[in-house]
Design a protein around this ligand. Structure first.
Ligand SMILES: O=C(O)CCC(=O)C(=O)O
Length: 337
């Protein structure tokens, strides 16, 4: 593959991405690359309750809606979940976003971030797979920074939906040259929580406040508008979803409104989401953005993302180089056996 060109993205894919704000690409990742991500997700999930960054949003939703249940997040301390509970309970319009009947409490909506910092397998996929070239081409960027990875797992019989939202205001960035690559690690369809995207919403010209995922309630400090209530009137919107297999990826524009159902099925729905920024994006410590873990930079508003916290992953400094090795921050490797 020549630098700056990707063999996996066609002119038609670029047209779809620009028109719809989302495109599904088939067979982009190899079985080994998918397995690297699965392995990292397993490690993250093993640490649930013990890690500072892993959460179960299914349990959290129960604790929010049941007034008598205390908030319990184990060692996770990235968010002030009691404040989130107070926020949701104080929002007169808030309602549970669940599906799949009564539910017996066996579901799990697992969320974690930043595996790339300790897991070489994730770095291999995020930095050295076909993805950086594809993202660069879709964005028409001249170089590409990696922003972060986020894990979203819905175990069988998980009732919690993912509230419709737009990603920009969750990130400390300004500018729209940014994509999110959603990578299924299991076969995913509407039966087990496929992602749903509002086609064309990246061109609505609005920045929406980040919500708390289990409800449309926004983080109070955020100045932006609330995302429209897509779920209340789905027929009003042009919603698209894709049945995907491991190896496929769905890439959406940072302004595209998206959400997902629960997973009432008996099958797992594991995914990792990788975020990339192009050269026109600037740093902006936006009010209401989710605090990042383990960043050491001192970037200010308007700065380019020049920091080892945001590795430049395209173009590569020389062909054949392993950026996963270059950005090794020590710590255990999770390579395939
Ligand atoms: O997987 C999910 O339920 C949410 C994913 C998402 O919102 C994202 O990747 O931006």
């Amino acid at each position: 593959m020549k630098q700056g060109r990707s063999e996996t993205v066609s002119a038609g894919d670029i047209e779809t991405f620009e028109r719809d704000g989302v495109v599904c690409l088939r067979n982009v990742l190899s079985p080994d690359e998918v397995e690297h991500l699965r392995k990292a997700v397993r490690k993250q999930m093993d640490q649930l309750g013990k890690s500072a960054t892993g959460y179960d949003f299914e349990a959290l939703a129960r604790q929010v809606w049941d007034k008598s249940e205390p908030i319990e997040t184990g060692a996770a301390n990235r968010f002030d979940m009691q404040a989130m509970k107070d926020l949701v309970r104080g929002d007169v319009e808030a309602r549970p976003l669940v599906e799949g009947g009564e539910g017996k409490g066996e579901g799990l909506f697992f969320y974690d971030v930043a595996a790339w910092k300790w897991d070489k397998g994730v770095r291999k996929v995020a930095f050295d797979s076909g993805l950086p070239g594809i993202a660069t081409e879709l964005l028409g960027a001249s170089y590409l920074n990696f922003w972060e990875d986020t894990t979203f797992v819905k175990a069988p019989h998980t009732r919690q939906k993912t509230a419709f939202h737009q990603d920009l205001a969750y990130f400390q960035i300004e500018g729209e040259q940014c994509v999110v690559v959603w990578i299924p690690l299991d076969p995913v369809s509407l039966e087990n929580g496929a992602m749903q995207y509002v086609r064309g919403s990246h061109k609505w010209g609005e920045t929406y406040a980040p919500n708390v995922f289990i409800s449309r309630t926004s983080f109070r400090s955020s100045p932006e508008k609330i995302c429209p209530d897509i779920e209340a009137e789905p027929a009003m919107y042009d919603i698209v979803s894709f049945d995907v297999e491991p190896g496929d990826v769905i890439i959406h524009h940072v302004m595209t409104v998206h959400g997902a159902g629960g997973n009432p099925s008996g099958n797992w729905r594991r995914a990792m989401s990788l975020r990339y920024c192009g050269d026109t994006v600037r740093y902006f410590d936006r009010d209401g953005a989710i605090p990042q873990v383990g960043v050491s930079h001192d970037l200010g508003r308007g700065d380019r993302l020049f920091s080892s916290d945001y590795p430049i992953v395209w173009p590569k400094p020389w062909p054949g180089v392993s950026l996963a090795d270059l950005y090794d921050r020590s710590g255990p490797e999770t390579e395939l056996d």
